[in-house]
Unconditional design. Structure first.
Length: 164
């Protein structure tokens, strides 16, 4: 199964494409989409939407996994991330691809086996699980790969439970 993972943001949106089955997961591609700085929010969202459609067309994922915004003290930041999340879900829906949402805690639990893992621990687990020589340079791309891995692990777990 090929999965496109998204780490949403209105300025920088990380993406990671992985492919895997029950045992092995490999990275297909990853990167970060950087919208034009200081441009109006509508222009940034349109830019991100267009680039996501290009990535979907290029890699033909079977699912899109998006990290949900982490609501902390900054509500404005959470709102911006929510807008970017909506753009990713819309790009998937318009491409007829199912989308799934995961909280940061779910991603950490599935990738690092601990829901309160640090960002660095999760990124190192991404590196190890994908057999990469180093952590992807963009932390947004590494986070997106973690979301994609989370989805593959979740599907695998659901399949195991369904067999029982």
């Amino acid at each position: 199964m090929r999965v496109l993972g998204i780490d949403p943001g209105t300025v920088i949106m990380g993406y990671g494409v992985v492919e895997g089955g029950d045992d092995e997961i490999t990275m297909v591609d990853c990167g970060a989409l950087t919208s034009p700085p200081r441009s109006p929010i509508g222009e940034r969202l349109s830019f991100l939407y267009g680039r996501l459609l290009e990535i979907i067309l290029r890699y033909q994922p079977e699912a899109v996994a998006v990290e949900q915004p982490f609501v902390a003290k900054n509500a404005r930041s959470a709102l911006a991330i929510g807008r970017a999340q909506a753009v990713a879900i819309l790009a998937a829906a318009n491409s007829k691809i199912p989308s799934y949402e995961y909280t940061p805690t779910q991603v950490k639990r599935m990738v690092a086996n601990y829901g309160a893992s640090s960002k660095e621990q999760v990124q190192e687990m991404v590196r190890l699980q994908l057999g990469l020589p180093e952590i992807p340079q963009s932390s947004d791309a590494a986070d997106a790969l973690a979301v994609a891995i989370c989805h593959l692990r979740e599907i695998h777990l659901s399949n195991l439970l369904a067999e029982q």
